[in-house]
Design a protein around this ligand. Structure first.
Ligand code: LLP
Length: 423
């Protein structure tokens, strides 16, 4: 359930007509619903009620400061993958002590930044990274809390570009090498072992891949305890899917309950570990829509195109992953015929589309809304074709807040410099 619904044939964002927002702020436009966002956070918090858990929102899904601020106010933590994301979390009022730092290529500068900020844990992805973290921590005379990201070699049954837990993926440490790395870490003076972590992919619509991974890692955890290495947490990553069309992914409490059930025998033997999750998409995707305008329609012999003012630079998911995202009309247009349209954008690339073969009743000037656009859309946008980035609006009941203003042409070249006359 979200808060983008039709009232008398017209789409609303909470209690504001989408048409009104488009008229005020222009298109293309990202619109988020505060109530939907908070509802999703609440679902995760409730799933952990009475249990020792921590929800770390994956900042990469949508890193707008106001969104991070709202989430920080809910008391949750953050999963980051760069120094820039850490800086955003802190600027938004997030607690660095609840920050987990994932990612395969942490630089020395980023490690130093994170150590000085006092983050909760580094998710270490290689032996070399462990050495680097130890060295930076030693130089700063600090102790780095770490967990190893283990690659359990399980199939997440999702798109290959967003599958991360298979042997052939670049992420994590092969499970066969894990014990040796933990033993090495235990001898390091500036390293404190905290946990174990996996993240097997994104847009997972079944619980079974998580359970397969937990089964693999339970064996490893027993081995670790057998050799005197104790943990305080287990991080099962993000990845919970959302409904873009007909998917029926598990709810947060179904996932968390299934994880606890699978972990019950282990917790009996070694004691309860804190359970961490790193959801991104499941918190923000359906809290956002992307609104754009039909500029032209064009009929070829065997195709109808709806040419809209939004491009792959604004939302690259359809082009990059062939992702299906639901496109609806903001208002019914009874005078137009229903046709099968490819919804395409202004960018000079054949791959610039938002949707293919969509049955829509539309005419030039009509507004379309793409559901499920809160995650990995504005966050992955670019200025390709010198297109200013879109405005972003957060709706709270009858109030609209501009949480990111539309870029101007000057913004496009703000960091560029002309050569001086003589050159
Ligand atoms: N933790 C780690 C270590 C991750 O790499 C990711 C996502 C997450 C958590 C959050 O996963 P989520 O709950 O959002 O599925 N751009 C792609 C998705 C890439 C996901 C990358 N990692 C898309 O638009 O589908």
């Amino acid at each position: 359930m979200d808060h983008f619904n039709y009232q008398k044939g017209e789409l609303y964002a909470e209690n504001i007509p989408v048409k009104q927002l488009a008229a005020t702020y222009g298109t293309p436009l990202y619109i988020y619903s505060k109530a939907t966002l908070l509802r999703h956070v609440q679902a995760f918090k409730e799933a952990f009620a009475g249990r020792n858990g921590l929800v770390c929102y994956a900042v990469k899904a949508n890193s707008n400061l106001a969104i991070l601020q709202l989430l920080a106010k809910q008391g949750i933590g953050f999963d980051i993958v760069s120094g820039g994301e850490l800086a955003r979390v802190i600027a938004a009022g997030g607690d660095p002590h609840k920050v987990i730092f994932s990612g395969v290529a942490k630089t020395e500068a980023e490690i130093e930044q994170a150590l000085l900020a006092g983050i909760y844990c580094f998710n270490v992805e290689s032996a070399q990274e462990l050495d680097r973290i130890n060295a930076v921590a030693a130089r700063l005379n600090l102790v780095a809390p770490i967990s190893f990201r283990i690659n359990p070699n399980v199939d997440a049954k999702t798109h290959p570009y967003i599958s991360t837990g298979l042997k052939e993926n670049k992420f994590g440490i092969p499970i066969e090498e894990a014990l040796g790395e933990y033993q090495r870490a235990q001898t390091m003076r500036n390293i404190k072992i905290k946990g174990l972590d996996f993240h097997i992919g994104s847009q997972l619509t079944q619980i079974s891949p998580y359970i397969d991974a937990i089964k693999e890692l339970k064996r490893l955890i027993r081995q670790l305890y057998g050799s005197g290495i104790q943990l305080t947490h287990l991080d099962i990553g993000g990845g919970l899917g959302v409904t873009y069309s007909v998917e029926a992914p598990p709810l947060p409490n179904e996932l968390i309950n299934a994880a606890y059930a699978e972990l019950a025998d282990l917790f009996e033997d070694v004691g309860t570990l804190q359970l961490i999750v790193e959801p991104g998409r499941s918190i923000v995707a359906n809290a956002g829509i992307f609104v754009y305008k039909v500029e032209y329609t064009k009929d070829n012999l065997d195709k109808n195109f709806a040419i809209v003012d939004a491009g792959m630079n604004d939302n690259i998911r359809p082009s990059l992953y062939n992702a299906y995202m639901n496109i609806i009309t903001v208002e019914e247009n009874p005078s137009a015929d229903i046709k099968l349209y490819d919804v395409v954008g202004p960018v000079c690339e054949t791959g610039d589309f938002q949707g293919k073969s969509r049955q829509l009743r539309l005419a030039p000037g009509d507004l379309l809304a793409m559901r499920g656009s809160g995650a990995y859309c504005s966050a992955m946008s670019s200025n390709y074709n010198s297109r200013p980035k879109c405005a972003e609006i957060l709706v709270d009941d009858e109030k609209a807040h501009v949480i990111c203003q539309r870029e101007t042409y000057e913004d496009l070249w703000r960091n560029e410099h002309l050569l001086d006359e003589a050159s």
